[in-house]
Write a protein that binds this ligand. Structure first.
Ligand code: NAP
Ligand code: ZN
Length: 352
């Protein structure tokens, strides 16, 4: 076993603070990674503050972080795909059973035995898994993906969650040229959704509660921007969307978006507000609308997304912070005050 510097929270109300954690020595299938950058996802904040207690209670101490980019420092004897020095990524999952129908379909995120990067049972060391707010991690090679060499690493880290979580449903629902697509919420996920839907050729409309994000939204690839609190702007789009991706992290009125779908249109939730959302039956019945959800994406699709981003030079817009600024970053993230993802420069942890 080896020790690693990390940041953890001791309870739902404690700040994130420096700590030391244990990592296993690499087994024959493992890759040891020196973490260079880790994005801050709103899911990290939900988990640290135990906001999802009803669905997946947080075990403390928690070391969050599932948007990991790093350099391979060591590989187990059975690892042939990767070698020391390779620049790689790890997202929300670090293991799965590999045998169930979901794993066989390349949809490891739905495997009943999948292990999340943090706050899942650690079958090697006991306790729970610890995530990317740390200097290094040891991961089964099946859950390690390659980062295209042309991508900026601080901006590539958020692709491992925000990137795949938006890429997967956009692909699944056939977003392409000629389709009118809405993205609700211009945060970490939302801004990646805009970039990707634009790259797929769709007509992209951003719905935001923050009028000051309008110019950025256009620069990121939006064709139109609607300030969602302005009813008359919303009404202009009634019955016109093929697909809407909802990335909002808090309670909000999804009926306002369901009524914007055209016949057979779909609204997919990727945002995971802790409280239930209310859905009027008539908003679905009229127009044969559908409402669905989507969780990250499988490993093969994550690599496909990274390769796509490499070809199109797509990364997240990041504010790079030293790890010592984590608590400030969380407070700003809670207020939707980030443009558009925090990415922790992990060199700050090594020099601490
Ligand atoms: P984020 O950066 O905080 O973005 C969320 C955006 O939602 C905000 O920037 C804001 O955009 C909008 N918003 C926030 N509060 C709102 C409110 N009360 N009413 C209306 N709009 C509001 O968060 P994120 O990292 O993108 O994550 C978004 C959600 O997705 C979180 O719940 C997270 O846990 C979840 N998530 C799910 C998956 C999955 O696999 N399904 C993966 C990752 C994350 P505007 O300022 O533009 O209005
Ligand atoms: Zn995430």
């Amino acid at each position: 076993m080896q020790s690693a510097n990390a940041f953890s929270a001791a309870s739902a109300t404690s700040p994130l603070a420096p700590t030391t954690i244990l990592r296993r020595d690499p087994t024959e299938h493992d890759v040891q990674i020196e973490i260079l950058f880790c994005g801050i996802c709103h899911s990290d904040l939900h988990a640290v503050r135990d906001e999802w207690n009803e669905f997946m209670a947080t075990e403390y101490p928690i070391v969050p972080g599932h948007e990991i980019v790093g350099r391979v420092t060591q590989t187990g004897s059975a690892v042939t795909r990767l070698k020391p020095g390779d620049i790689v990524g790890v997202g929300c999952m670090v293991d799965s059973d590999g045998t169930c129908e979901h794993c066989e379909a390349g949809l490891e995120q739905f495997c009943p035995n999948r292990i999340l990067t943090y706050n899942s049972p650690d079958r090697h060391l006991g306790g729970v898994t610890y995530g990317g707010y740390s200097e290094m991690i040891v991961v089964d090679q099946r859950f390690v993906v390659r980062i295209p060499s042309n991508l900026d690493l601080a901006g590539a880290a958020p692709l491992l969650c925000a990137g795949i979580t938006t890429y997967s449903p956009l692909r699944h629902w056939g977003v392409s040229k000629g389709k009118k697509v809405g993205v609700v919420g211009l945060g970490g996920l939302g801004h990646m959704g805009v970039k990707l839907a634009h790259a797929f050729g769709a007509h992209v409309v951003v719905f935001t509660t923050s009028p000051e994000k309008t110019e950025d939204a256009r620069r990121l690839g939006a064709d139109e921007v609607v300030v969602s609190r302005r009813t008359e702007e919303m009404e202009k789009h009634a019955g016109s969307f093929d697909f809407i991706l909802d990335t909002v992290s808090a309670q909000h009125d999804i009926n306002a978006y369901l009524t914007l779908l055209r016949r057979d249109g779909n609204l997919t939730l990727v945002g995971a507000p802790p409280q239930p959302l209310s859905v009027p039956a008539f908003s679905l019945i009229g127009g044969r609308h559908s409402l669905s959800g989507s969780a990250i994406g499988g490993i093969a699709e994550t690599q496909e997304m990274l390769d796509f981003c490499g070809e199109h030079n797509i990364t997240a817009e990041v504010e790079v912070i030293p790890i010592q600024k984590l608590n400030e970053a969380y407070d700003r993230l809670a207020k939707a005050d980030v443009k558009y993802r925090f990415s922790i420069d992990m060199a700050s942890l090594r020099s601490d």
